[in-house]
Write a protein that binds this ligand. Structure first.
Ligand SMILES: *Cc1c(COP(=O)(O)O)cnc(C)c1O
Length: 493
C-alpha cells in the first residue's frame, strides 16, 4: 500500500523488509560486540556534552532510513557508552547482558504488551508468577511469598515499605493521610548504618522524615547489631513514637556484609514490626547449596527484594519483590477505576493492584529465558566461578606487601586499598583516590570506591560472564603499574 506521501515508507508502520535487513545488521553488530566488548575502553572517554553536540539540535522533519539511524548509533552513540559488558568492568556491581536475556528483551519489545490486568496479557501475569516460583525454589526461600517484578530494588523497597505503613491499620493512613493530625505519632524506620540509600529514599517518599530513620550500628564485620536495634526500638516506644519497619540487608552495597536476619526477625516479632530484607545483590549466591545459609531467617521476613538484573545475568531492569502479605499490598494499592474493572481475579492477580504503577512491561520473559537457557546447574557453576575469581583476587591482595583487604570477602566483591608504608590515613585516602583515577583512566579496567569506617576503599565487583582469570591477572598488573606511576608523581610534587 502506498500512501503517496512518502515513497520510501509505503505503510504507516514502516517497511518490514527494511526492518528485517536492519535487524540482520543489528544482530551482526551485537554478535561482534558481545564477542569482543574488550575492544572498547571500559569507561567512556567522552567529555560532558560531547554526545549531544554530535546530533542536530532539531528533530528530523522527514523520516530517515534504518541504515542511517544505525550509522548514528555505531558512530555517535557507542563512543559515549561505558561498557558494563566489558569483562574488566569491576565497578558498583558488575552485570551481564546475557544472550537469552537480550533475546527476551527483543521479543518483549516486539510484543509490546501491558500487564496491568491478567486479561491484558495472561502470559505476562502467569509467566511472571511461574518464573518467580522457579527463582524462589532455586534459592530455597520457603514460605507463602507473593512475587512481583518491578523495575529496581529502589521501587521494590518503596512498595514494600508502603505496605508496611498501610499495615498500621489503627492509624488509617490510607484514608486520613499523615498531615495535620495531632493523633499521629512519628513513625520510625530502622536500618543498619551500612544500608542502601534506597531505604532512606523510600522513607522520604512515604513521609517518614529523615530524623525518624535510625541507622543502627554494625559489628566488626559490618553486620547490624540486633541488641542495638532492640534498644533503639525500646527508646522510641518509650518516647511515644511508633516503630513500624526494619530493613535488614543481605549483602550490603559497600562491603557485602550480611545482617543476622534471624535475630533481627525475632526483634521484629517481639515488637510487631514489618521486616523487609534487601538482598538486591547477594541473594544470587543462595543458588549454591553451600551459600544457602545467607538467607537464614528470610522465611520470616514480611518482604524481601532480590535483583536478577545484578548478579543473575538478566538485562537491566528487573527487580523482584517477594511479600508474605498479598492482602497488605492490595490494601495499600488497589484503586480500580471503572474502566479497568474486569471481574476476574481469583488465583491469577491483576498486577496493577499490588503496586503504584498501572502499566508494566513483560520483564518476566527475559528472566524465564535466562533460567531456561542456563539451567539451575549452569547458573550455579557461573556464580561459583565469580566467587572463585573474587577469592583469587583477594588472595593476591592479601599476599601483596603494598595492598590490603578492607572487608571480609563473602561473595564476588573485594574491598581493598593500596597501602604503601609510612603514610598517614589522610595521605592513604588521597593516594587511593589518585590510583582509582589512574586505573579507570587507562580504559583497561573499571573499579569503583566506597568509604569503610570513614576511609576510602577501592571495590572490585565481579559479575560479568566474560570475566576470567586472565582479566583478574590483568587488573593486578594495571594496579601495580598505576600505583608505581602515582608513587613517582607524588614524589616529584
Ligand atoms: C544495588 C542495590 C540497591 C539498589 O538497586 P536498584 O535496583 O538500582 O534500585 C539496593 N540495595 C542494595 C543492597 C543494592 O546493592
Amino acid at each position: 500500500m502506498n500512501t503517496g506521501r512518502d515513497p520510501d515508507k509505503p505503510s504507516p508502520m514502516g517497511d518490514t523488509a527494511e526492518f528485517q535487513r536492519a535487524v540482520d545488521r543489528a544482530t551482526r553488530w551485537i554478535g561482534d560486540y558481545l564477542e569482543h566488548p574488550e575492544l572498547y575502553p571500559v569507561l567512556s572517554k567522552v567529555a560532558p556534552g560531547e554526545i549531544r553536540a554530535a546530533f542536530p539540535s532539531d528533530p528530523p522533519a522527514h523520516g530517515r532510513r534504518f541504515d542511517e539511524i544505525l550509522d548514528d548509533f555505531e558512530k555517535k552513540i557507542v563512543p559515549g557508552i561505558t561498557h558494563w559488558n566489558h569483562p574488566s568492568f569491576f565497578g558498583y556491581f558488575a552485570i551481564t547482558g546475557s544472550l537469552p536475556g537480550i533475546l527476551g528483551e527483543l521479543l518483549a519489545a516486539a510484543l509490546n504488551v501491558n500487564g496491568m490486568l491478567w486479561r491484558t496479557s495472561p502470559s505476562l501475569t502467569e509467566l511472571e508468577g511461574l518464573t518467580l516460583d522457579y527463582l524462589r525454589k532455586m534459592i530455597g526461600l520457603e514460605g507463602d511469598f507473593f512475587g512481583q517484578i518491578l523495575d529496581t530494588a529502589s521501587t521494590s523497597t518503596l512498595v514494600a515499605m508502603a505496605a508496611a505503613r498501610g499495615a498500621l491499620s489503627d492509624l488509617d493512613i490510607r484514608r486520613r493521610g499523615m498531615s495535620g493530625r495531632s493523633d499521629l505519632p512519628p513513625l520510625v524506620l530502622y536500618e543498619s548504618e551500612e544500608a542502601h540509600s534506597s531505604v532512606d529514599k523510600a522513607g522520604i517518599v512515604l513521609g517518614i522524615g529523615t530524623e525518624n530513620m535510625r541507622r543502627v550500628k554494625t559489628d566488626e564485620r559490618f553486620r547490624m547489631d540486633p541488641e542495638a536495634l532492640e534498644a533503639a526500638i525500646v527508646r522510641d516506644e518509650r518516647a511515644g513514637r511508633r516503630p513500624f519497619c526494619v530493613v535488614a540487608t543481605v549483602g550490603t552495597t559497600s562491603t557485602t556484609s550480611v545482617d543476622p536476619v534471624r535475630s533481627v526477625a525475632e526483634v521484629c516479632a517481639r515488637h510487631g514490626l514489618w521486616l523487609h530484607v534487601d538482598a538486591a545483590y547477594a541473594w544470587a549466591a543462595a543458588v549454591l547449596p553451600e551459600k544457602r545459609h545467607i538467607l537464614d531467617g528470610c522465611e520470616r521476613a514480611d518482604s524481601i527484594v532480590v535483583n536478577p538484573h545484578k548478579w543473575f545475568f538478566t538485562p537491566t531492569d528487573l527487580s523482584v519483590l517477594y511479600c508474605r502479605h498479598r492482602d497488605e499490598l492490595k490494601n495499600a494499592f488497589t484503586l480500580v477505576p471503572e474502566y479497568l474493572r474486569s471481574g476476574e481475579e481469583a488465583d491469577e492477580p491483576n498486577l496493577m493492584d499490588y503496586g503504584f504503577q498501572l502499566g508494566r512491561r513483560f520483564r518476566a520473559l527475559k528472566l524465564w529465558m535466562v533460567i531456561n537457557y542456563f539451567g539451575v546447574e549452569g547458573i550455579r557453576r557461573r556464580i561459583a566461578e565469580h566467587i572463585h575469581l573474587a577469592q583469587s583476587f583477594a588472595a593476591w591482595i592479601g599476599r601483596h606487601p603494598d595492598f590490603e583487604i578492607m572487608a571480609p570477602v563473602e561473595f564476588s566483591t573485594v574491598c581493598f586499598r593500596w597501602r604503601p608504608g609510612g603514610r598517614d590515613p589522610d595521605q592513604l585516602d588521597s593516594l587511593n583516590d589518585s590510583l582509582l583515577s589512574a586505573v579507570n583512566g587507562t580504559g583497561k579496567a573499571f573499579l569503583s570506591h566506597t568509604k569503610i569506617r570513614g576511609r576510602l576503599s577501592l571495590r572490585c565487583a565481579i559479575g560479568n560472564l566474560r570475566t576470567t582469570d586472565a582479566h583478574i591477572e590483568a587488573l593486578e598488573r594495571v594496579l601495580e603499574t598505576e600505583a608505581a606511576t602515582v608513587e613517582r608523581k607524588t614524589r616529584r610534587d
